[in-house]
Ligand binder design. Sequence first.
Ligand code: HEC
Ligand code: HEC
Ligand code: HEC
Ligand code: HEC
Ligand code: HEC
Ligand code: HEC
Ligand code: HEC
Length: 328
Amino acid sequence: MKSRFVIYTLLLIFSVLFATTATVLAQEESIAIDPANIEQNQECFKCHGYSTFSYFNSNTEREVKQRMNPYFIIDSLEYYASNHRTFLCGDCHSSECGEFPHSGQARMEPKFSCMDCHAGDDTHSQYNFEKIEEDFHKSVHSSKHLDDFTCSLCHNPHTYKISARTNEKVADFILYDNEICLSCHANLSKYQLLTTKDNPNVLETHAWLPNQVLHFSKVRCIECHTEINNEILVAHNVLPKELAVKSCVECHSKNSRLLASLYKYQFTNKRSDLGFSNDAILEESYVIGANRNYYLNAISIILFGLVVVVLLIHASLRIIFNSKKRHE
Ligand code: HEC
Ligand code: HEC
Ligand code: HEC
Ligand code: HEC
Ligand code: HEC
Ligand code: HEC
Ligand code: HEC
């Protein structure tokens, strides 16, 4: 008896251990990066990963230490967490960048755009890159006077990591996505890469919105500034400011537009699983008007139930009473 108990316990422990290792391994496999690539990229990171770099000046025969242009610094941790973490720098940049100083040729070389690789990309068809591009070309950022606006200005090719689709914490991807917009709308030098206009202060232009801090941490800029597009998860058509959502009921109502934007991923998955509607919102926050009141719902169901019971009792009493009457 005792030995059997010991065997069962051991089996149980082993299977738990096995399951945990398998999950950990499976997770690690998804981020596996060829060590040879890391070594090769280190040739670039030794300068582009730090605020200073050194090189040997053969004219003066001295080792020279200089500051790296801050815009040319790439955080290696962010790089190895990004969508393109398995890439060599040389997959997108000229091999001539391996020499220092970099040649003029390397500098003038055209850079890849996202669509150079992702147009007709069947392995990533779930993103629907074509539709995203179409949406982007309709947006204010892509109008004629902003010719130089590219996807890379919002999606840094070295650090962009899909977020809304994969991050389970809504608060996290709200922050991530809003930072993309604020990287220009709260940063004059990046904004002025594209225009000589003044950059209006976002806090001032949204002063009409009550409890602004709460709103900016609970919804994304794109909730109010894009046209909803059911073919893609993240709408890319940023509309002119006149068309931005200003009406409170667009969100604070039962058919909240948040279900088709912010909570789209959670919502579509939930809906197919459980047949629920604004459950996704309820889990993350209580948006006045958008969430049904469950206590009221429960009370009304109880009341309805009571009415049915009373009716049933009443009806059966009448049947019994009537049949008695007939027998008399
Ligand atoms: C010895 C230090 C050093 C190394 C090693 C180095 N770089 Fe650079 N890189 C620089 C400096 C300094 C600049 C800015 C000045 C310039 O453009 O020459 C720069 C600029 C760049 C630019 C921007 C050019 C432009 O103006 O658009 C790219 C792209 C680049 N490097 C890629 C790479 C890649 C890829 C590697 C690895 C294969 C690499 N670098 C290795 C120092 C280095
Ligand atoms: C998926 C393609 C891709 C990979 C991989 C990539 N880059 Fe880039 N890189 C680009 C593009 C595109 C630009 C131009 C960005 C822009 O103009 O907005 C760029 C610009 C740069 C610049 C100039 C800074 C800037 O923002 O204009 C440097 C420096 C640079 N890359 C270095 C590197 C290094 C070092 C690596 C490897 C660790 C690397 N890149 C890997 C696509 C890539
Ligand atoms: C040089 C070709 C190339 C360029 C340029 C490029 N990509 Fe990719 N991208 C790839 C490849 C290949 C993969 C698959 C990588 C993998 O699975 O390790 C990928 C993966 C992705 C993924 C999926 C990540 C995932 O985990 O499912 C996204 C999203 C993405 N890229 C977006 C972009 C965006 C946005 C740009 C422009 C800023 C861009 N890519 C530029 C080749 C490219
Ligand atoms: C004005 C800024 C902006 C521009 C320009 C832009 N995007 Fe995006 N894009 C975003 C934001 C914000 C997200 C949400 C990021 C996240 O959570 O993954 C996003 C998400 C994405 C995603 C992930 C969508 C998903 O289903 O998970 C892809 C792929 C993408 N963009 C590709 C592109 C391509 C290709 C271009 C150029 C044709 C482009 N983007 C231009 C802001 C922009
Ligand atoms: C690379 C910089 C950059 C990024 C990133 C960026 N914008 Fe813009 N945006 C601009 C510039 C520049 C203009 C001004 C265009 C003009 O009128 O000349 C603009 C215009 C706008 C307008 C139109 C204002 C009007 O006058 O009608 C809105 C709305 C807007 N952006 C929202 C967003 C949102 C939302 C995001 C994030 C998804 C975003 N922007 C990301 C640079 C940027
Ligand atoms: C609750 C909806 C809502 C949210 C969230 C929101 N906006 Fe707006 N935004 C508007 C409306 C409405 C206007 C037009 C205001 C007006 O005309 O008085 C506007 C105006 C703007 C303008 C044009 C300002 C000007 O006067 O030129 C920019 C740029 C902008 N928003 C960017 C952003 C950014 C970046 C974020 C995210 C940090 C954001 N918005 C979040 C609704 C919103
Ligand atoms: C883009 C969608 C959206 C729009 C438009 C919007 N809200 Fe909200 N609002 C939210 C969300 C999401 C919350 C956060 C709920 C939470 O988690 O507490 C919120 C919270 C609030 C709160 C705070 C509730 C509390 O618990 O403290 C008030 C008040 C409010 N909104 C009023 C308004 C008014 C007034 C307008 C119109 C001028 C407006 N909202 C427009 C989405 C929106």
